[in-house]
Design a protein around this ligand. Sequence first.
Ligand SMILES: [Ca+2]
Length: 160
Amino acid sequence: MRFKTFASNKTHLKTLLKSKNIFNKEFCLNLFLFLSLKVICGGELTGLNGSFSSPNYPENYDSRLRCNWTITVPPEYNIRLNFIDLHTESCDDYVLIFDGKSTNSTSIATFCGNLNSMSTTYVTSSSNVMTVKFFTDGSINFRGFLAFYSVVKPRKSPLK
Ligand SMILES: [Ca+2]
């Protein structure tokens, strides 16, 4: 059996599967690989403020996305992330916010569904690093999200 590796820096990867017999093992393996394909996306953000969005925004995002953005600002600041727009399949596609430098950090918020029905549209980190993960499942896609972040001064701890 021949294996081929494909790489794409876009969120679309089209594969053409050819087979004389649809039940042939190679075809089934290719189909399995295609259906389990996950698109890696995201990035590193380091400015004092900035914005980012789901891939293709405001067009619909793709299925099976695994995006990770890491926001790092100078150590004297915390980060406030504010959603300006958000529409995802509720809640099989979601944005998860972690209070630190990886998805192993404490999860502090989940955003999904429609911005209009959310009780809050922002979240603040307790340090100078925040990680944002966007996860989408295998079907039903909406336009996703647009988010803006900025630095905020840490709240002073109450007097003891
Ligand atoms: Ca979905």
